[in-house]
Design a protein around this ligand. Structure first.
Ligand SMILES: NC(=O)c1ccc[n+]([C@@H]2O[C@H](COP(=O)([O-])OP(=O)(O)OC[C@H]3O[C@@H](n4cnc5c(N)ncnc54)[C@H](O)[C@@H]3O)[C@@H](O)[C@H]2O)c1
Ligand SMILES: [Zn+2]
Ligand SMILES: [Zn+2]
Length: 356
């Protein structure tokens, strides 16, 4: 099968013939239908991070189950699945608390992808920039067969994270004032989840007018181009001088994380969704942390419980209550994955997807 292999960061990925080993006990082989291209894929290409080369990136995938290993009980051949990334062992203290997004397993799964004898790491235990992959059945969320798989792929990361940030991490109530810094593939889902929650004002902030246009389509009531206007002062002005009840940082930069804190009202909450560089730190005035009563909430994978949240998101889409198809602004073949990265970095897409 074909996969996009990264041998060295910041070099183009190479489309190569790769061997996929059989699913073991509790594992499932999935033929990918589509994989979204998330900024986290790009970050592991462009930055020095904990991932090891060679690496098959891609963690936002959906497809059809082709084979199952022994002891697989939850999924069957032919099932349509969204692949949740990372691990959810089901047994650690975090999984047992209902926080599988914090799973700390006793052992990590090995790889199923090889180039000759050379093992290739599968990013986030998925590696969806490949025609097929093998994952734990625990990571396969079976969805209704009438849901389109291209759209479903986006639910695996960007949509689940954006919706989860609003509904699970922050639990935004109706009438709230919400600010969203970064109107990309994830931020647009924060915007539309805030609309679904009945937020009164949804203020989208980005450097690019084209992204702010998208944000309007997805439900933003106000937009701020932060290359021209101070976003903190503008959010304060738009909220009667108080600040937002909730501000979501969906970029991953220390300075915008700090902005999110500064633009919430006393007692409000800043939600950190963006993944910053490994060595970045954010500082706050220590007495203000206490006096302001503001909350800072880390949001890992939208605090999602995939088996609960993914089918719900798909149902909302099938009822036309949320926009997912509109997120896909360009479609690429696997051969063009490097071009998909360029387009993401250039800010040309809401989301690009690789279609198989
Ligand atoms: N918490 C999680 O589990 C999780 C899951 C998925 C993605 N992420 C992270 O979320 C972030 C966003 O991912 P994405 O796929 O939406 O990326 P994206 O590239 O699609 O969107 C980022 C947006 O931020 C804007 N932007 C960049 N710098 C800015 C600045 N200084 N001020 C205002 N706007 C700015 C860009 O124009 C773009 O619209 C990334 O850090 C990604 O790694 C986190
Ligand atoms: Zn992602
Ligand atoms: Zn666990």
């Amino acid at each position: 099968m074909k996969a996009a292999v990264l041998y060295q960061r910041r070099e183009p990925m190479r489309i190569e013939d790769v061997t996929l080993t059989d699913p073991g006990p509790g594992e499932v082989e999935v033929a990918l239908a589509a994989s979204g291209v998330c900024h986290s894929d790009y970050s592991h290409w462009s930055r020095d991070t904990w991932t090891q080369m060679p690496l098959v990136l891609g963690h936002e995938g959906a497809g059809i189950v082709r084979r199952v290993g022994t002891n697989v009980t939850r999924v069957r051949e032919g099932d349509h699945v969204i692949i949740a990334f990372g691990v959810r062992c089901g047994e650690c203290a975090f999984c047992l608390r209902g926080e599988p997004f914090l799973c700390t397993p006793s052992a990590q799964p090995g790889t199923h992808m090889f180039r000759g004898d050379l093992p290739l790491n599968m990013f986030a235990f998925v590696g969806s920039f490949a025609e097929r992959t093998v994952v734990s059945e625990k990571n396969c969320i079976v969805i209704r067969q009438d849901a389109p798989l291209d759209v479903a792929s986006l639910v695996a990361c960007g949509v689940a994270t954006g919706f989860g940030a609003v509904l699970n991490t922050a639990m935004v109530p109706p009438g709230a004032n919400v600010a969203v810094i970064g109107a990309g593939g994830v931020g647009l889902n924060v915007v539309q989840a805030a609309r679904l929650s009945g937020a009164a004002r949804i203020i989208a902030i980005d450097l690019l007018d084209a992204k702010l246009e998208y944000a309007r389509e997805f439900g933003a009531t106000h937009t701020v181009n932060s290359s021209r206007e101070d976003p903190v002062a503008t959010v304060q002005r738009l909220t009667g001088g108080f600040g937002a009840d909730y501000a979501f940082e969906v970029i991953g930069i220390a300075s915008t994380i700090r902005q999110s804190y500064d633009m919430v009202r006393k007692g409000g909450a800043a939600i950190v969704v963006g993944v910053a560089r490994e060595d970045e730190e954010v500082s706050f005035s220590a007495p203000t942390l206490m006096r302001s009563g503001k909350h800072i909430l880390g949001c890992n994978y939208g605090s999602t419980r995939p088996h609960v949240d993914f089918p719900r998101i798909i149902d909302l889409f099938m009822q036309d209550r949320i926009k997912l198809r509109e997120l896909i602004s360009r479609r690429f073949a696997l051969d063009d994955v490097n071009e998909a990265f360029r387009a993401l970095h250039a800010g040309e897409v809401a989301r690009g997807i690789i279609e198989f």
